[in-house]
Design a protein around this ligand. Sequence first.
Ligand code: HPA
Length: 247
Amino acid sequence: MLAIIGGSGLYSLGDDFELEEQALRATPWGDTSADILLGRWNGIPLAFLPRHGPGHRVPPHQVNYRANIWALKQLGVARIIAVNAVGGITADSPPLTLAVPDQIIDYSSGREHTFFDGGDDQVSHVDFSWPYSATLRGILLEAGLQLGQPLLASATYGSTNGPRLETAAEITRMRQDGCNLVGMTGMPETVLARELEIDYACLALVVNWAAGVEDKIISMQEILANVEQGMRRVKALLLVAAGLVEQ
Ligand code: HPA
């Protein structure tokens, strides 16, 4: 089964999602951000989980990423498309860009970032050279083509801790590191999916220029307006992509 993890601005799939079952939150790692919704979207079976909980109450550094990914695996999820609102760092990533990252750099800290925590299990080091699923990335890019919706087909996502935004100097450093995008929720979600052998791809919506790219401060108003505008396109793209995953 396919799961969609909704980020900022994507708290539901809308009226055409037919809910069949609501899965409980508890896992050995604690509670998920919200009940997981199982149902059909235009006839396509899928699971939906809003990462920040209903009404966006869970900040990025407090999301229980392990519970979320674990619960999806228990429900039989084999593929995840994650939606993330991000800032744009490079000239190819202005606000309202939709991007399908192919690399990620982890700048986060202090988060529970692995299922392999020692104890009874043997130590395991997963390969993470190419962090995103080539198949799912291909499906997202194909959906973009079918909709005539341009997508940034290659990008590096820099994942910061938040909840504060970055300094201009931090963004300069991230640009030098090769980051195109900056967000707060890419890690450890991406690696936890890999640890549980779930195919995972990210659809990132740029909602602001990152700190210092423009000579002004970043306003929440601007971010929210872009989230609202962009999420309509995100949903349209997800619907086509979900259909392609099923084929
Ligand atoms: N930085 C980090 N995370 C974000 C940003 C940003 O500029 N915009 C949306 N999420």
